[in-house]
Design a binder for this molecule. Sequence first.
Ligand code: HEM
Ligand code: HEM
Length: 141
Amino acid sequence: MLTGMKHLHSTLAVILLVALVISIVITAVNYFKANPYNRKIALLGLIAAHLQMVIGIIYYFSLKYHTMFSSGVMKNPDMRLKLIEHPLTMLIGIVLITIGYSKAKRATESYAANRTVFIMYTIGLILVLSRLPWSTWSLIN
Ligand code: HEM
Ligand code: HEM
């Protein structure tokens, strides 16, 4: 069960990174060329992010991380990353992506919608990249 969750969360991480890059690049091109806003392309990054968030939260509770808080956790960089920094930063990044999608949906001009998704998704991606467990990620180690 835990191994399955790990593989799913790890595979979805790659899918999400690819989806976000596609959403950002195509929206950026639409923005700079003054093309119409493409909601389907923004939806690609949004669905991948929401799916990964739900799986991540289930994985977090399956690993019983919510029961492991102690003063030692804050002093240990590895534990702090896994128990606090990774989940919290990812959550903030995904909330920003969702706000971007939501604001763009309500925007009346393509120009504003493209700009909102471009900026919010880029900040979201930077946050996600900043707190991936790079040194322990099973896929690359
Ligand atoms: C804890 C779980 C989740 C929360 C709190 C959540 C929250 C949200 C919020 C706040 C929005 C923005 C609505 C808007 O203004 O357009 C949204 C949109 C959306 N979410 Fe989630 N979501 C969750 C899980 C999921 C999952 C598992 C999926 C699918 C794989 C998903 C797919 C979508 C889609 C497709 C939209 C866009 C709908 C539209 O076009 O308006 N979400 N979600
Ligand atoms: C709120 C959202 C999230 C929660 C609660 C969460 C939770 C977790 C947990 C508990 C682990 C296990 C850490 C360990 O013991 O090694 C983990 C690992 C990981 N997470 Fe997340 N995560 C979330 C979002 C994300 C997102 C958005 C991404 C990526 C794009 C991501 C990518 C990864 C990767 C690559 C690993 C390492 C998996 C492996 O070693 O195979 N996570 N996450």
